[in-house]
Design a protein around this ligand. Structure first.
Ligand code: 2RA
Length: 353
């Protein structure tokens, strides 16, 4: 019998992408049960070409479920993922509630699929989209050269802040289009007024802050890049520094990466590794104007990598630029891939390694 999958948070921004991803990928699931808040119960959504009625989140909703994917706020996951697990489901959670729990593996199937097997709480976490947008490429380079340090700057899309973030940028772009705004201090800020979920205007601007403020001036996003990269790569002492920046892009996060390795590197070897790495597309021919951009990467599954250079002052370091769709690989796709690894394991297959 094919396993039963539950999608919790089916009506959200990531949930919507999830339903289209489930409709595109190999059809390994028996029933796909759609679960959301009581407010959304009764709505009909399309998955695999069929209309499925959304049911309200409750303990009974998890009866008979083999794998339950969660895309809901931290506090909802914190409460309900353990309930799903207690009902016998493996919970695959995309919130921040369990990512750093030592009894919960943090999984990116191209990098550490094996970790999914050891899940004492019956929960597997999906990383934050900023980490996910680069980690597949970094995992491939680490396997060859041995990573010793990461220094990254992110260029994060507004959809990382959900539909509210998308709406805010669209409204602001409409306000500034065709004007001469952006030529005097504060003119965009005055024209935009309410900046929505962002601490400054997003139109005609870049904002060096994403997430919430933590100790010593670091943002939550910056700390996630550090903590999660270390856990996924199994390098608890890895030196990681991130500066997270929001840019006026709807969807697809980008990162400029300085990666230092144990061994000397060459661009040729890095190209070969990246070109052969599952889930990575090498797009690196600047003479022909070929490099990844969010406008080209959006709506696609892979991590796009370009601008690969050996650092001028350090033969052990590479500079590169990566783009990844933050709603697909950054969220829904990786969750679906983890669920597939679990399904293969439950079926006694060989895919879970
Ligand atoms: C953001 N990484 O881009 C967050 C979303 N989880 O805001």
């Amino acid at each position: 019998d094919k396993p039963t999958l539950a999608v919790v948070g089916a009506t959200g921004a990531v949930g919507t992408v999830m339903l289209s991803i489930l409709s595109e990928r190999a059809d390994i699931w028996g029933e796909i049960r759609l679960i959301a808040s009581p407010r959304s119960a009764g709505r009909k959504l399309t998955v695999r070409g069929e209309q499925v009625e959304v049911i309200a989140l409750s303990e009974e909703a998890f009866e008979g479920v083999d794998v339950a994917m969660f895309d809901v706020p931290d506090e909802i996951s914190a409460r309900w993922a353990p309930i799903a697990a207690s009902k016998g489901a493996v919970a695959v959670d995309n919130s921040g509630a369990f990512r750093m729990d030592p009894d919960v593996p943090l999984v990116v199937p191209e990098v550490n699929a094996h970790a999914a097997r050891v899940r004492p709480r019956g929960i597997i976490s999906n990383p934050n989209c900023t980490t996910l947008s680069m980690i597949v490429a970094m995992g491939a380079l680490h396997a060859e050269f041995g990573l010793s340090e990461l220094i990254v700057s992110s260029y994060q899309a507004v959809s990382g802040a959900g539909q509210e973030g998308i709406d805010a940028l669209r409204e602001q772009l409409a306000l500034v289009a065709g004007t001469e705004l952006g030529t005097h201090p504060g003119d965009v800020r005055r024209a935009v007024g309410d900046t929505g979920p962002f601490p400054a205007p997003m139109a005609l601007n870049v904002v060096p802050f994403a997430g919430s403020l933590k100790e010593d001036g670091w943002s939550s996003e910056e700390l996630k890049v550090r903590d999660e990269s270390r856990k996924i790569l199994g390098l608890p002492e890895l030196r990681v520094t991130a500066t997270c920046v929001r840019v006026p892009v709807i969807t697809t996060h980008s990162l400029a990466v300085h990666a230092r390795f144990e061994n000397e590197v060459t661009v040729e070897a890095a190209h070969e590794i990246l070109a052969g790495a599952p889930g990575v597309v090498l797009c690196d021919n600047p003479a022909e104007g070929e490099f990844p951009t969010p406008a080209d990467a959006v709506g696609t599954d892979p991590t796009w990598v370009g601008r690969v250079r050996r650092s001028l002052d350090d033969p052990r370091a590479l500079e590169l630029f990566v783009c990844g769709d933050n709603l697909r690989k950054g969220a829904a796709l990786n969750t679906a891939q983890i669920a597939e690894v679990v399904a293969a394991e439950l079926a006694g297959g060989a895919a879970a390694r």
